[in-house]
Ligand binder design. Structure first.
Ligand code: BG6
Length: 487
């Protein structure tokens, strides 16, 4: 297990109040993440009070947590760590009201026996966020606390503005952490390191040298138990206005004046301010066949399970450079890539048929998987007589560093940051409201959904959207396997 450098954890023990305690995200990420942080010693002491609509007790919640670890925790769960963790879990059904919640938090704090802090985690859909905030206020749990708000934050501009206003009636901005877990992914932060710790690429990181950018996050996953939530959300709200735009900001922003929360947020917000509104004609919405017959889905649903779009950042660095974004469920492969295509040379001296340009432009690719990879693809000469060109690549895989075990899962990293009061990787009210504002015309007049077959790459019209370029995925060549094993 990774050694914990001093200063990475919070100073004070934490009482986590977890709304949505039996939900999908809690089981997949939050309970496994909290278990890891607690058992690896990142948090001095931790108590968790689960809250949800389910009428269960603390033992029922322990069973939920144990099953979640069995299914989703990638490392070993030891009996003694589990016993300690289970002893620190408590549960309050939503129906029991604020007094019961207050009492449970009080018990948790008493059991710690020294000064502690509260972390309220709202893993609930946008429509339930305010009632959770009101319950916290009624229970008198605002002091000494921070609150993590899950995405999507609102469902459009008006609801995000209203949510921010109501939230500010109860919590100060300093207490609020609007989470987007893509920013907690190790490779997302590596974009900042790559761009600003090196002199190599930054001089060409602009419209003079870059032809277009792709941010492509296809998923093989279907919706499982999430259909009802997703039916109110769709791929745009679930993934684009959140994760994909945040990644776009890291990729496109100017160098911040310091590696700190306010300067980084300022540069991201400048990107969002410079973005042109999303034009419905630049958007392809898709729905996989079979979605309409899933539980909780309207048989005539027009909700999208896939989206691809073109957008522009109208500033000095990026004017005229298209950014192509794509994501969807039940697609052919699961990938999370950013691919930056460089402009072709102005004139080619290579003979027709040499293969130059035949496999698309030279490009830089970031893979945002936890075991992240990066590659630079370029044309080089095929050995032998004449001049035939092949696409070659330089690749880096995090695997090769031997440090993969030190990677904190995105939610773990962000929960720890929120407990420490560090806003660097969180979103601001201004940034989120601007993104909803950019989305207004699309949300008001979305193009019709087109059906696609599960296991495909989405509706056919995605090719017209990007023409004369092409989607980089599926890759023609697989990533090389780690440790130079070929492939
Ligand atoms: C979540 C979305 O925020 O991100 C899911 O709600 C999506 O629909 C998930 O599957 C993808 O996250 P990751 O970390 O698995 O790439």
């Amino acid at each position: 297990m990774a050694k914990i450098p001093p200063g990475v954890g919070p100073r004070f023990p934490q009482v986590v109040v977890l709304f949505g305690a039996t939900g999908d995200l809690t089981r997949r990420k939050l309970l496994p993440g909290l278990y890891h942080l607690a058992s690896a010693g990142f948090i001095p002491a931790c108590r968790i009070v689960g809250v949800s609509l389910d009428d269960i007790d603390a033992d029922g919640f322990r069973r939920v947590a144990r099953a979640a670890l069995a299914e989703y925790f990638a490392r070993e769960v030891t009996d003694s760590d589990w016993a300690t963790f289970a002893g620190n879990l408590d549960y309050v059904p939503l129906a029991a009201g604020p007094e019961a919640l207050k009492a449970a938090v009080q018990r948790a704090e008493d059991s710690i026996g020294r000064e502690s802090r509260r972390l309220h985690y709202l893993s609930v859909p946008p429509s339930s966020a305010l009632s959770a905030v009101r319950m916290l206020a009624a229970a008198g749990l605002v002091e000494r606390s921070r609150i993590v708000m899950e995405k999507p934050f609102g469902t459009d501009l008006a609801s995000a503005v209203a949510l921010n206003a109501r939230l500010h009636e109860v919590f100060d901005e300093q207490q609020i952490f609007r989470i987007d877990h893509f920013l907690g992914k190790e490779p997302a932060q590596n974009i900042l390191a790559f761009r600003f710790a090196n002199g190599l690429f930054e001089p060409i990181w602009n419209r003079n040298f870059i032809d277009h950018v792709q941010i492509d996050v296809p998923e093989t996953l279907g919706l499982g138990r999430r259909s009802a939530f997703y039916e109110q959300t769709g791929a745009y709200r679930d993934m684009v206005v959140t994760h994909l735009f945040q990644i776009l900001a890291f990729m496109a922003m100017e160098p911040p004046t310091a590696l700190e929360s306010a300067p980084i947020s300022e540069e991201k917000n400048k990107v969002f301010r410079s973005m042109l509104p999303i034009h419905p004609g630049d958007v392809v919405r898709g729905q996989y066949t079979g979605y309409r017959s899933e539980d909780g889905v309207d048989p005539e649903s027009e909700n999208e399970t896939f989206i691809a779009l073109k957008c522009f950042i109208d500033n000095w660095r990026w004017a005229g450079v298209p950014f192509f974004l794509r994501t969807g469920k039940k697609l052919a492969e699961g990938q999370r890539i950013i691919s930056i295509a460089f402009r072709e040379p102005p004139k080619s001296m290579f003979p027709a048929g040499s293969g130059v340009g035949a496999q698309g432009p030279d490009h830089l690719t970031f893979d945002l998987a936890d075991a992240s990879k990066m590659s630079l693809s370029f044309y080089g000469k095929r050995p032998g007589p004449g001049m035939r060109l092949d696409k070659l690549s330089l690749q880096f895989a995090m695997h090769d560093t031997g440090l993969l075990g030190d990677v904190l899962e995105a939610y773990e990293r962000l929960i720890l940051d929120a407990m420490r009061g560090d806003h660097t990787l969180f979103n601001t009210a201004e940034g989120i409201e601007r993104l909803w504002q950019l989305s207004t015309s699309l949300l008001e007049a979305p193009p019709p959904v087109r059906l696609y077959e599960p296991g495909s790459w989405g509706p056919k019209s995605i090719h017209q959207l990007i023409a004369p370029q092409a989607w980089r995925l599926p890759f023609e060549r697989a990533w090389r396997r780690p440790n130079g094993m070929g492939g």
